[in-house]
Design a protein around this ligand. Structure first.
Ligand code: PEP
Length: 258
């Protein structure tokens, strides 16, 4: 993990309107301005709902805050008759650095498969943004001990056809579905097992430079109290945080993991 800049990304899901978003980002910036900690060595990202992005952009750019932001999803299409969709070009224009693709809630409730996740990742890359590609097994797969092959199949499908250079700049978030929003956190060894397998597969398919550049995050009930053990693991380069990212103090505590 020390080779790569650690990344802490807060997925707000469908919480907070644009006014509440401004309040949270201001509080977070205040927390991060604490000179007793060197936050410069961590990349901090917030991932609010689409409707908050313009307000977050205005605040971050106006106050030159050391926070980046991204979107929770993107259309697989360029533009046109896709009612309700938001294009990668629109998100890039709003200053988004990242786009989460293939979150388990979208795979589960919106039936997104690896081919669609791949198309969305390509859209993000094409617009100059970094996809945060989410993968991870459900409880039954974990109980059957199949978490590694299951997750690697998602990685293969979601990254299919990307260049080694693209993969080197990418973020993959390993989020075991049974640990998301359940309070049930994977052990650091569980996280390391699958994160290491993801990097090994990327090394096999895309080469050393891609494997060394790729950042692999863990996600699933991460809190300030459990982040340190997870971040100690060599193949965990950061965390994708849901619930705990809605509180500035708590998310600030996660960003102070070291
Ligand atoms: C998530 O939504 O990606 C997530 C990991 O949620 P939580 O931290 O609430 O488990």
């Amino acid at each position: 993990a020390t080779l790569r800049t650690p990344l802490m990304a807060g997925n707000w899901k469908m919480h907070l309107n644009h006014q509440e978003a401004v309040v949270l980002v201001q509080k977070l910036a205040w927390t991060l301005s604490d000179k007793r900690h060197d936050f410069a060595k961590v990349e901090v990202v917030v991932v609010p709902p689409f409707t908050d992005l313009r307000s977050v952009q205005t605040l971050v750019e106006g106050d030159r805050l050391a926070v980046r932001y991204g979107a929770q999803d993107v259309s697989a299409h360029d533009s046109g008759a896709w009612t309700g969709e938001v294009s990668a070009g629109m998100l890039a224009k709003l200053g988004c650095s990242y786009v989460v693709v293939g979150h388990s809630e979208r795979r589960q409730h919106h039936h997104e498969d690896d081919a669609l996740v791949n198309a969305k990742a390509r859209q993000a890359l094409g617009a100059g943004m970094t996809p945060i590609v989410c993968v991870g097994e459900g409880l039954e797969v974990r109980q059957a001990g199949e978490q590694v092959p299951f997750t690697l199949a998602q990685v293969d499908g979601s990254l299919a056809g990307l260049t080694a250079e693209q993969v080197a700049g990418l973020v993959v978030a390993y989020e075991p579905v049974w640990a998301i929003g359940t309070g049930e956190v994977a052990t650091p060894d569980d996280a390391q097992e699958v994160c290491a397998a993801i990097r090994a597969r990327v090394r096999e398919v895309h080469g050393d430079a891609a494997a060394e550049g790729l950042r692999v995050l863990y996600g699933g009930s991460v809190k300030a109290a459990n982040v340190a053990g997870i971040m100690e693991k060599p193949d965990v380069d950061g965390c994708l945080v849901g619930g705990a990212s809605l509180q500035a103090e708590e998310f600030g505590g996660i960003c102070r993991f070291y």
